[in-house]
Design a protein around this ligand. Structure first.
Ligand SMILES: [Zn+2]
Ligand SMILES: [Zn+2]
Length: 216
C-alpha cells in the first residue's frame, strides 16, 4: 500500500469522507487555516461543544468519490450557508458559505478526515459562548468573537485566499461575458422583429445572475 512508501505525516494532503464511505474528498494541500468555533450556531449544527473547521480554497479541494448533497442552513448574519452531506448516510462533511458553486472556501469538518490529529486548531473563536466546563489552555489563541484574519492567519494562507478569490471573480466575469455573447447571438439570429425582446430577456437573465451572485 501507498502508506508503506509514504508515512501518514510525510504528505501535505488530507483525505476524508463520510461514515459509510460513499463520498470521499481530499484537501490537496495543507489548509489555509484551522479554527474551532464555539458559537451557538456551530454547537447546534454539530451537536457538540464547538465546530472544528479546516479552511481550504476551492481550487485545492477535490471530491474523489461519490457526490455530496447540499443542505441550506440559516446563519446569524442572514447569509445562507450550505452543508455538504453524504446522500446515503447523511454525514455532514464540509460547509460552503454564500452562493452555491461560487464559494471561495470549503470549511471542512476536521472530524471527517482520516487523520484529524494532523490538524489541531490554531485559534478558538466565539469563546464567549464556549461551554463552561471546557478548558482551553493558553497555547492556542482564543477570541471572544471572530478574529481579524489579517492579523491571525499566516501570510501564506492570506495570499492563497486572495488568489482563490481572484480566480472566482475571473470565472464569474468569463461566465457573464459568455452569457452576453450568447444573448447577442440569439438576438441577431432572431432578426430585427424579435431582437429587442430577446435582448431584453438576455439582459434580464444577466441581471438575475448578478443579483444571485450578490448573496455570496
Ligand atoms: Zn455516507
Ligand atoms: Zn460558529
Amino acid at each position: 500500500m501507498a502508506a508503506m512508501a509514504r508515512g501518514p505525516t510525510s504528505k501535505s494532503s488530507h483525505d476524508g469522507g463520510c461514515a459509510c464511505g460513499q463520498v470521499r474528498f481530499r484537501l490537496e494541500r495543507e489548509p489555509m487555516f484551522v479554527h474551532a468555533c464555539h458559537c451557538t450556531r456551530c454547537q447546534r449544527e454539530t451537536g457538540g461543544p464547538f465546530a472544528h473547521h479546516a479552511m481550504i480554497e476551492f481550487s485545492a479541494f477535490t471530491v474523489t468519490a461519490g457526490e455530496a448533497e447540499f443542505v441550506k442552513v440559516p446563519t446569524d448574519s442572514g447569509n445562507a450557508h450550505w452543508v455538504a452531506r453524504c446522500p446515503a448516510c447523511r454525514t455532514a462533511m464540509w460547509n460552503e458559505h454564500g452562493a452555491r458553486r461560487n464559494a471561495v472556501t470549503r470549511y471542512v469538518r476536521v472530524g471527517t478526515l482520516d487523520e484529524p490529529n494532523r490538524l489541531p486548531p490554531r485559534a478558538h473563536i466565539y469563546v464567549r459562548s464556549k461551554q463552561p466546563w471546557l478548558e482551553l489552555g493558553a497555547a492556542i489563541p482564543a477570541f471572544k468573537t471572530y478574529y481579524d484574519p489579517a492579523r491571525t492567519w499566516p501570510a501564506e494562507g492570506l495570499a492563497r485566499y486572495a488568489a482563490a478569490k481572484a480566480l472566482r471573480a475571473a470565472q464569474a466575469a468569463a461566465e457573464k461575458a459568455a452569457k452576453a455573447t450568447k444573448a447577442a447571438k440569439t438576438a441577431k439570429a432572431a432578426g430585427t422583429a424579435g431582437a429587442s425582446t430577446l435582448a431584453g430577456a438576455g439582459r434580464a437573465m444577466t441581471t438575475g445572475a448578478k443579483s444571485r451572485r450578490k448573496t455570496g
